[in-house]
Design a protein around this ligand. Sequence first.
Ligand SMILES: Cc1ncc(COP(=O)(O)O)c(C=O)c1O
Length: 384
Amino acid sequence: MPSEADRNSQGPWHVDTELVHRGRPPAIPGAPLNTPIEPASTYHAGGEIEYARDGTAGTLALEAAAGPLEGGGAVAFATGMAAANAIMDILPAGSGGRANPPVVVAARFTYTGVALRLRELAERGAILLRRVDIADTDAVIAALPEATAVWIESPTNPMLEVADVPALAAAAHAAGAIVVCDNPFATPLGQQPLALGADIVLHSATKAMGGHSDCMLGLAVTADEERLGQLRLRRTLMGASPGALECYLVLRGLRTLALRQARSQASAQVIAERLAEHPVIARVRYPGLESDPGHARCRAFMSGPGSMISIEALGGAQSAQRIAESTRLWVHATSLGGVESLLERRRRWDAENPDVPDSLVRMSVGIEDVEDLWADLAEALSRA
Ligand SMILES: Cc1ncc(COP(=O)(O)O)c(C=O)c1O
């Protein structure tokens, strides 16, 4: 019979096994297998946890499971945007010290919320912002002098551009800048930015990590202990702590991430290949296609192209909107990474970057049967 220490050992196992077993309470007779959802704000004095804003047993369980996936320590936040704001708040100041704001080189296509927030900070002088084409390594390097941070998103939302993360990280470090990588399109299974040289990874765990479109949560992951402490303090001071139910749901989602990701990614490849041949589609953006500009980098730095596809309708915005509104199985809704397939025309949002084509439909492939997904989509495309 295995000893208690054996039952509580932590691998090393393959990542899909780790996903199932990490972040569980000690295996002792009579104890539950999962950290229970604990509705509590305050705790008897003198213990490890005293006040829930600093984190709870559920937060710690989730962080223990999520951090090692990226090769660092994780700090869980109420949303992806809360994690993004905490990271923005700890970016190093420009040369010349505290009086000089951080100089941030950022991908020109990033998630709208991140883009708007960076712009707001720049407008009020809290950062100096340089927007770059993140897939153009030379352009990023040219923007690096005096930069203190590079904000990468790869693949980008919704353009699916793939950055050369190792080259950008090396150049940024040589220039004295730190590197942040927003990673929810790839998921920690598709790309590990810390291993590629990034300093902080950002996740909207609302997406594939949670995986069921039923909760919101963000994660910041870093291998640097000092930054980890700064991020935890930001969470406490900004009041951006995740709820007990949300931590539980994301950890429960992580248990099946590998299975869901394998299935949705395989379906995305099939669907992208068929879309590339379809007469009403002008362009398919998916790094799993050999013809995609991000394909070589995807093969080099990622373990798979992921489950997100963007298409551009030949007939323009109206045709794209009709496609998005004509499916029965694909859900016309924003967001991504859930078990159910979603699609939307991104420019229906006024806040979306005007350089995103207005004919672009972003698609998040779920875990339904691929032939059902294709039949439904083909029907919608016939109405484009
Ligand atoms: C790439 C990316 N980063 C950050 C976020 C923000 O995450 P949340 O919606 O959990 O605040 C999103 C949300 O769509 C996203 O797509």
